[in-house]
Design a protein around this ligand. Sequence first.
Ligand SMILES: Cc1cc2nc3c(=O)[nH]c(=O)nc-3n(C[C@H](O)[C@H](O)[C@H](O)COP(=O)(O)OP(=O)(O)OC[C@H]3O[C@@H](n4cnc5c(N)ncnc54)[C@H](O)[C@@H]3O)c2cc1C
Ligand code: FES
Length: 262
Amino acid sequence: MYCQTVQVADQSEFQGGYRLLTLDAPDIAPEVSPGQFVHVRIPHMEESVLRRPFSVYRTEGPQLQILYKGVGKGTRTMTYLRAGDELSLIGPLGNGFPAPQPGHFPVLVAGGYGMAALYLLARSAPQPGIAFFGGRSAPDILCVDEFESLGWEVRMTTQDGTRGRAGIVTDEIDDWWAVRSDSQPLEVYACGPNAMLEAVARRAMERDWQAWVSVDRNMGCGVGACLTCVLKVKQPDGEWAWKRSCKEGPVFDCRDILWEED
Ligand SMILES: Cc1cc2nc3c(=O)[nH]c(=O)nc-3n(C[C@H](O)[C@H](O)[C@H](O)COP(=O)(O)OP(=O)(O)OC[C@H]3O[C@@H](n4cnc5c(N)ncnc54)[C@H](O)[C@@H]3O)c2cc1C
Ligand code: FES
């Protein structure tokens, strides 16, 4: 893990209000594993000392990319970053996704920035599988070409029906599962809104899928010190314990999370 000043190489519009930020981070980029994140101190926000967490979308040599949306004060300020600007970055952080087990069929489920958070996993998986992407509307469906060019089948769902099937992502998963004839066990990786993660987790537990979920919690320090990001996780003795999503997570086995507490 490094805490460094890095330089913005580029920033451009992506789609659907998302922006692609490319950073020159020669120490951090090569160390990133799929599902890990970086913690960004946003320049020119002296009144706000908290960093913001972002999944690493792609790495290429000394560079890493973040795909983000301007949703609040911090991310809207980030949209003003230009090539040559400097910012402080901590990373790589978090446990990341475990690699797909040999013999398991990989299934990705994503909403919002989850599509970006799963790209490195798709790129490093031993075999391509199927990806289910869901969003409110067509612009919310990101990176389809990038996943398809890696050989993944991408199925899309939008609530307003403007891209892919009309409905929610689990509708498409249920239909796919109902007609699936292959007996290869599934290994599911999900990143997106908590309601989506819980819906995927409940199906995984009923249908005996191995499923990993990447949770989104507010983070203060990002390095395990402040306990802002805790969630209740089941223990082997049947009790539960607080776990830090920045340190022991953000990826958890869906069976270990106490979902009723959310
Ligand atoms: C692991 C992880 C990966 C992520 N990856 C991405 C990504 O790839 N792309 C993307 O677009 N978004 C991503 N996000 C979400 C992104 O971090 C938020 O959109 C961003 O923090 C919003 O910042 P803001 O200042 O614009 O919003 P605001 O809502 O103005 O501020 C949010 C800030 O306040 C803090 N905060 C809010 N409430 C509390 C509280 N109760 N206690 C403590 N602190 C609080 C948050 O930690 C954050 O720093 C990710 C989040 C996590 C946890
Ligand atoms: S954000 Fe501080 S402990 Fe996780």
